[in-house]
Design a protein around this ligand. Structure first.
Ligand code: M6R
Length: 609
């Protein structure tokens, strides 16, 4: 939820930290702060709002000079959004400063203990409690003090700590929240996300839970919180700067919407063999037998990833004929789920760090399920903790509103379904046909993207309306949910997505003159039923915006506005029908003057419960 970046090396820390914070800002942006050790001691600047505000403040202060420092961009969990509550936090005795992502669950008890020992707190945050605890346990060695403090706390953390008394050392640690150490030439960058590292180095290690890294200019050491030495696994970050720059686009969201054809070509590259009618997924090969024999599949995720997983449920049942359930990870993890022999759980996540999805995965594994991941971020926690999986390969997604990850997730779930289907019931001919159709999808999305101006004009007609409905059936019921989520999260327009048939069971009461109702009305299996639902909305004064199949004259007769998409098989249709909904949400947010990439109250990756 928040972003961490820290630096130690020969260069000036301030510009490196600020540049890192800007790259991480999509992870949290209600306040930001920086601490740098210079010859006079610790210099700290914090401010409410965006990193640009912090930059202005640093300019007013004349800047900080020093070659070791840490910085943070915050998404508030404990304590309101104030400068005082912004990170870095400090202790009151040993010269400790700390940045922290996550939540210290037993902070109240620890705080009481520390207050009894005379510590005076300045903030309402759990992080300050951790700073004080490290200070309390400090006996001249920062690494030992951090290890000792972490043995006393419960909850989740990614932290970086410095101490005025050891000006050439940073200590980093993690449990349940991502943290990486970028290894440069005589310099190190610690960050919660590789995007803050790649400008400096592509060699990195991802810290594991309960691991601590002590970093100095001469090298680093990794250990557990019990001080057992750990051998680090150095990896190559496969992220180039161009992928995380805006280029000529005004926002990451629109860039990522337009990247979808290329991204999906990448998702599919080398994974489909039309001649043999086979899907090749290296990540699943060694579990092919278990998958063929699977008795039940449970898909679990949150938000947009859940909507993709819902489409996966339809696909797996339809194509692979395996009983399948899809569930919010946050519900699954707490409801005592029944995992029989032959249950496969698939966690779907862009970031691979969503706290609830990760916890659901742990729950499933503890109960004996085979755990698979459908993840975008390479090396993320979910990717590492699943038994096997398939990466999306859609490139980094920076916009808070997930777009290309959604189509990537749906594409991968289609491939997984076909991988199983072909080994179970699907004929080589049927499989080859579907593969052929999959290959056409990027081109069909390109055709939808050509309608961008038209979609903008349609959106403009309704953008002042504060209540919208999104309706679809079958494969496009989750698409309707996704359309509503996109609209509400960036334009702050209230929107509901649901199966079109559900409308009559209550929501129809909302429909009044001119209410925008978006129908996903492509010529799929339930086309006739959707037409009936459109008539019901029209007769109550609702304005129908239909996403329909190219050349469909019947829809033109019943809908006020029609956005045409190329013809596509029902099971692949969400990959195409979702695109106009993404564009509508984008244009609505721009027309309403919102910060598209950093919508209020949200953060890209929800790493707390
Ligand atoms: O990283 P994940 O895919 O696990 O994230 C899940 C949701 O938090 C995410 O999809 C969220 O709903 C997006 N803001 C939607 O655009």
């Amino acid at each position: 939820m928040c972003g961490i970046v820290a630096y130690i090396g020969a260069g000036q820390a301030q510009p490196i930290l600020l540049e890192g914070l800007k790259r991480l800002e999509y992870r949290g942006y209600d306040s930001a702060g920086v601490a740098i050790l210079d010859s006079a001691g610790l210099r700290v600047a914090r401010s409410v709002g965006r990193v640009a505000k912090l930059e202005e403040k640093l300019e007013d202060l004349g800047g900080f000079r020093g070659t070791v420092g840490l910085a943070h961009t915050r998404w508030a969990t404990h304590g309101s959004v104030t400068e005082t509550n912004a990170h870095p936090h400090r202790d009151d005795r040993a010269g400790i400063s700390i940045v922290h992502n996550g939540i210290i669950e037993n902070y109240a008890a620890v705080k009481k203990y520390l207050q009894e020992r005379g510590h005076r707190f300045q903030t309402e945050t759990d992080t300050e409690v951790l700073a004080m605890l490290i200070g309390e346990l400090y006996e001249g060695d920062l690494e030992s003090a951090v290890q000792a403090a972490l043995r006393e706390v419960t909850g989740a953390y990614a932290i970086v700590v410095m101490c005025e008394r050891e000006p050439d050392v940073l200590v980093a640690a993690r449990k349940g929240s991502p943290l990486m150490l970028g290894i440069g030439n005589g310099e190190y960058v610690v960050a919660s996300d590789p995007s803050a590292i790649v400008a400096h180095t592509t060699q990195a290690i991802a810290l594991d839970d309960y691991n601590v890294a002590r970093i100095s200019r001469d090298g680093f050491r990794t250990s557990t919180i019990d001080n057992v030495e750990v051998t680090p696994k150095v990896m190559q970050l496969e992220l180039d700067l161009e992928q995380i720059e805006l280029g000529d686009y005004p926002h990451y969201m629109i860039k990522e919407i337009f990247e979808q054809p290329a991204a999906l070509r990448n998702t599919m590259r080398g994974r489909m063999d039309t001649n043999e009618g086979k899907v090749v997924l290296g990540g699943l090969d060694s579990f092919a037998k278990e998958l063929v024999r699977a008795r039940k599949i449970i898909l679990t995720a949150q938000g947009t990833a859940l909507h993709a997983a819902m489409i996966g449920e339809y696909l797996l049942e339809d194509l692979a004929k395996i009983p399948c359930e899809c569930e919010y990870a946050s519900e699954f993890r707490y409801r005592n789920p029944i995992i029989d022999e032959g249950t496969v759980v698939i966690a779907v996540s862009q970031s691979g760090e969503t706290a609830d999805t990760l916890a659901a995965l742990h729950e499933a594994k503890d109960r004996g399920a085979l755990a698979l991941g459908v993840v975008n971020s390479v090396g993320s926690t979910i990717a590492r903790e699943t038994d096997a999986g398939v990466y999306l390969r859609v490139g980094p997604e920076i916009g808070v509103a997930s777009t290309k990850a959604f189509t990537g997730q749906v594409a991968v779930l289609t491939l997984v379904s076909m991988f199983m289907a072909r080994r179970r019931f699907m004929s080589p001919e049927a499989s080859a046909r579907l593969i052929g159709e999959m290959e056409q999808i990027p081109g069909k999305i390109e055709k939808v993207l050509e309608l961008d101006d038209e979609i903008n004009r349609v959106t403009e007609k309704y953008v002042e309306r504060n209540n919208w409905l999104f309706l679809g059936r079958g494969y496009n019921y989750p698409t309707a949910m996704e359309g509503a989520l996109k609209l509400k999260e960036i334009s702050y327009i209230h929107a509901e997505g649901m199966p079109a048939a559900e409308m009559k069971h209550g929501p129809i009461a909302l429909i009044d003159e001119g209410m925008p109702v978006v129908f996903i009305a492509n010529q799929g299996n339930q086309y006739e039923k959707v037409i009936n639902n459109i008539e019901e909305v029209r007769s109550r004064g609702g304005h129908v915006i239909a996403v329909a199949t190219e050349g469909d004259e019947r829809i033109r007769a019943v809908a006020q506005d029609v956005i045409e998409v190329p013809e596509v098989s029902d099971c692949l249709s969400p990959l195409v029908t979702v695109v106009p909904l993404q564009l509508m949400a984008y244009h609505a947010a721009v027309l309403r003057g919102h910060d598209v990439d950093k919508p209020r109250n949200l953060a890209k990756s929800v790493t707390v419960e």
